[in-house]
Design a protein around this ligand. Structure first.
Ligand SMILES: Nc1ncnc2c1ncn2[C@@H]1O[C@H](COP(=O)(O)OP(=O)(O)OP(=O)(O)O)[C@@H](O)[C@H]1O
Ligand SMILES: [Zn+2]
Length: 553
């Protein structure tokens, strides 16, 4: 396969020449990325950089068609490049198996592109802001493109929904012009004491129990509890229960560990909770589970399962016996044992006392644990139980990715790219793909909005500062670059400014302790962005700042 030969008839020879010389960066080689890379090379783009930090997983293969089974565990970026080259061997595709936030991809590097395309996929994750990684990457690319003054095509999909839009510094809204919805959270009391829905049990199993036992609980739990306003007596009990669980955490790997955890969270804590009578006046009190009774039931169920060769079904709700076996058993036939996590963490801790296991929906042990624990809890509170498949979707905040949506959006991105390269920004729109409802059209579009004048990201002025960070001091920056007037070669901001980097204060007019330190010793190395805000609003306009981007020389 080669690029369609007569694209010039469609787009005209001038645009096709531009397309063949333009340098394009594609961030992300997942669902949208695979489609987009194929579209780019088939549309005549030849100079493409692809970046992705991840490796290929079995679960990617249904839609990320540049990858095959033999590529599992290999770099997405490298394999995407190799596969795309088969469509267009003459293309110059550079692949980077790396995080786009790495220092080496600095503003100068971004400036080398005519166009950047984000293919970071799942918009559902953005809406809920649960996927910190993808939102973080989007914010970062947004800021780099603003700073480098390179047009960015931002896109995303969620199930049947998709969208693509263009961001151009000074002309359009940026990714951060509109506030993003805050993540959905539940009150601690709902999760810890009075769950009423399956999601409450799943959040308890994943964010409380799993985190307390295997991940890094830090002080978040304690801080969250102390910030909660209501029912202080109950919150005090919850705090003590968390402390008791922390002691069991240390016994991971011991023979009694699964039983200890079980007895603590499914019996003792529940008995305590049920005894708080005023809590259960208008709803049924929880019923604690008994280890010995369940163990006998589980043994019978195991024998029946062995005799009938019962298959493991993802979409069937597990019986209580199956949940129990999954949670505690050391020898089990059908299910992987969740107490394996106890053994895994104790092995890791022998190497590193602070080792942890973060919840990952694709880690079978972790998902088994959360499925079993959430369903046992659901039983205690008389709540509907869920299959492993459903738990995976709910715990991973997954909206199923649909290959067709990704393919359509990847097509839209290329059309947007053509307009951007022709400098027809006024003809670019935000394109939405929507399915169902009362509309009889698949696509609808909106004019690009002007930048939000109060946006704390794009209202700022970006300046790159080449500096030998080992020698240059903060004083050099303030007195020789920021303070002098523009006629004198400075930025005309005066010395009455405040300097911040990633939320830490480095200097203001009343605090100059850092002035004689080198930029390097202050962590101001290549690619770091310093926010400089004049105290006098008249200098730049209220709330505006200069963002100084350090370029190591
Ligand atoms: N900071 C980043 N730097 C580089 N690549 C990134 C960064 N953040 C996300 N990505 C990549 O963007 C791609 C997004 O695609 P997608 O959402 O289809 O991911 P996935 O992990 O393949 O799918 P899923 O999350 O549904 O399992 C992923 O391949 C991911 O590795
Ligand atoms: Zn903005």
């Amino acid at each position: 396969m080669r690029p369609a030969p007569r694209l010039d008839l469609l787009f005209g020879p001038a645009l096709m020449r531009r397309v063949s010389t333009a340098r394009v960066l594609m961030v992300g080689a997942g669902g949208i990325g695979c489609e987009l890379l194929k579209n780019l090379v088939m549309s005549g783009f030849t100079r493409i950089d692809v970046i992705d930090l991840d490796t290929i997983d079995l679960s990617n293969l249904n839609r990320q068609f540049l990858f095959q089974k033999r590529h599992i565990k290999q770099s997405k970026a490298h394999v995407a490049r190799d596969s795309a080259l088969r469509f267009h061997p003459a293309a110059e595709i550079q692949s980077h198996h790396a995080n786009i936030k790495d220092e080496r991809f600095d503003v100068d590097w971004f400036r080398g592109f005519d166009l950047v395309t984000n293919a970071l996929d799942n918009l559902g994750k953005i809406d809920r802001l649960t996927d910190v990684c993808s939102v973080d990457a989007r914010r970062h690319v947004n800021r780099m493109c603003l700073a480098a003054n390179v047009p960015l095509i931002e896109s995303g999909t969620a199930g049947y929904l998709g969208q693509a839009t263009v961001i151009q510094q000074g002309s359009t809204e940026c990714f951060e012009c509109q506030p993003k919805p805050t993540p959905k959270t539940f009150p601690i009391c709902t999760i810890r004491s009075t769950p009423t829905a399956p999601i409450h049990c799943i959040v308890w199993a994943k964010s409380y129990l799993f985190t307390q036992l295997f991940d890094r609980p830090e002080d978040d739990e304690a801080a969250a509890i102390s910030s909660e306003k209501s029912d202080t007596a109950e919150l005090e009990s919850l705090r003590r229960e968390t402390e008791a669980l922390a002691r069991i955490r240390e016994a991971a790997g011991s023979a009694s560990y699964p039983r200890d955890v079980f007895t603590k969270v499914f019996r003792d804590d529940i008995v305590r909770l049920a005894s708080v009578e005023e809590m259960w006046q208008s709803r049924a009190a929880p019923v604690a589970l008994d280890f010995n009774t369940l163990q006998q039931g589980a043994e019978v169920a195991e024998a029946v399962a062995a005799a009938t060769n019962a298959p493991r079904l993802e979409q069937r709700v597990w019986s209580t016996a199956e949940c129990f076996r999954t949670f505690v058993s050391r020898q089990v036939r059908c299910f992987r044992i969740a107490s394996r996590l106890g053994e895994r963490i104790s092995t890791l801790r022998k190497e590193d006392a602070d080792a942890s296991i973060a919840f990952d929906k694709d880690d079978a042990d972790a998902l088994d644990f959360v499925t079993a624990a959430s369903n046992l809890r659901a039983q205690i509170f008389g709540i509907e139980q869920k299959s492993r498949f459903d738990v995976k979707a709910m715990a991973g905040s997954i909206i199923p990715a649909i290959a067709t949506t990704n393919a359509i959006i990847a097509g839209v991105i290329v059309m947007q790219a053509m307009r951007v390269l022709e400098r027809r920004l006024d003809e670019c729109k935000t394109i939405y793909l929507a399915h169902g409802g009362r509309r009889d059209r698949l696509f609808y579009s909106e004019q690009l909005s002007a930048p939000n004048p109060t946006c704390y990201v794009c209202r700022n002025v970006y300046v790159t500062l080449p500096a030998d960070t080992r020698r240059a001091t903060l004083r050099d920056l303030v007195h020789h670059i920021l303070a002098p007037s523009i006629n004198e070669g400075g930025l005309g901001l005066g010395t009455d400014v405040s300097l911040m980097e990633s939320g830490r204060m480095l200097y203001d007019a009343d605090w100059d302790d850092n002035l004689d330190r080198t930029l390097e010793s202050l962590g101001l190395t290549n690619g770091k962005m310093l926010t400089v805000a004049p105290e006098d609003d008249a200098i730049l306009g209220a709330g505006r700042a200069v963002i100084v981007i350090i370029a190591q020389r």
